[in-house]
Write a protein that binds this ligand. Structure first.
Ligand SMILES: Nc1ncnc2c1ncn2[C@@H]1O[C@H](COP(=O)(O)OP(=O)(O)OP(=O)(O)O)[C@@H](O)[C@H]1O
Ligand SMILES: [Mg+2]
Length: 241
């Protein structure tokens, strides 16, 4: 039996109205971490983050002397579990859990942590930490026994093949509220700090391009997205601050 099908079986053994968090930890969260590729010696319960205890922490072992179980330092992934009685689909309990995983990921004993998971065996969401920014790496997903195996594949794929760049989208439905201005100044601030920055002007008004005094290229971003034969590098321009 694969770890993922074992997880599915465990999931089905939890009562739909389960009120005990520990049951979710034991029957769902631990098997989930195993399905994500961590073994028993790579998982710790009630890990002290420096800002409270997170239910589970995990990291791959180094050499045989350096097992996470024996030296619980430098976690890679944190998991905060809730019982099924806690609504993690939306509302204040969900928002509280998000704040909780964020504060754990940023806590002093978790500097090495890159990933956070919140789950109550009904919902699950993966979070990514990039520097001091914690952002969702997946939508808040509804779990069922039909989709749990594909959820695990998706989470594992994200964790093992993560994108190194942080994507920031500045979005507001209202016009003229400072979106473009924010993008330019954020890009400038990051470039000043030595970061490699790509700004993307997806607005037909072309304000970002004009404000940077860049000339629009011959090929548009839209053409590039529509035609897979166009290499995206052909539309990227170098900009000197
Ligand atoms: N913090 C600010 N204080 C004062 N003026 C600002 C500030 N931020 C932006 N502006 C001014 O507000 C105007 C609109 O800003 P901007 O073009 O960035 O908005 P936008 O949301 O990108 O607009 P659009 O919806 O047209 O794309 C500009 O003239 C800009 O200089
Ligand atoms: Mg704009």
């Amino acid at each position: 039996m694969t770890e993922a099908s074992y997880l599915r079986e465990k999931l089905e053994s939890i009562s739909p109205t389960e009120r005990v968090e520990r049951v979710v930890v034991q029957r769902f969260a631990v098997p989930l971490l195993k399905a994500l590729g961590f073994d028993d010696s790579e998982i710790r319960e009630e890990f002290e983050t420096g800002c409270g205890q997170v239910d589970l922490a995990a990291r791959k072992n180094g050499d045989p002397e350096d097992t996470f179980f024996r030296s619980p330092k430098n976690p890679y992934l944190l998991l905060e579990a809730k019982s099924r009685a806690v609504n993690l689909r939306e509302g204040s309990c969900y928002r509280d859990a998000v704040c909780q995983i964020e504060s754990y990921l940023l806590a002093k004993n978790c500097k090495s942590a890159k990933w956070g998971i919140i789950t109550n065996a009904n919902n699950i969401q993966l979070w990514r930490k990039h520097g001091k920014v914690v952002h969702p790496a997946t939508a808040n997903l509804d779990i069922s026994s039909d989709n749990i195996e594909s959820i695990v594949r998706n989470l594992r794929d994200k964790i093992e093949n993560y994108e190194r760049a942080l994507t920031v989208c500045v979005y507001n439905n209202k016009g003229g509220v400072g979106k473009t201005t924010t993008v330019i100044n954020l890009a400038a601030a990051l470039a000043t700090k030595g970061k490699k920055v790509l700004v993307v002007d997806f607005d037909s008004q072309g304000d970002l391009t004009r404000n940077l005094r860049a000339a629009p290229g011959k090929i548009t971003l839209t053409q590039c997205l529509k035609d897979p034969k166009i290499d995206v590098h052909a539309i990227v321009q170098t900009y000197r601050l």
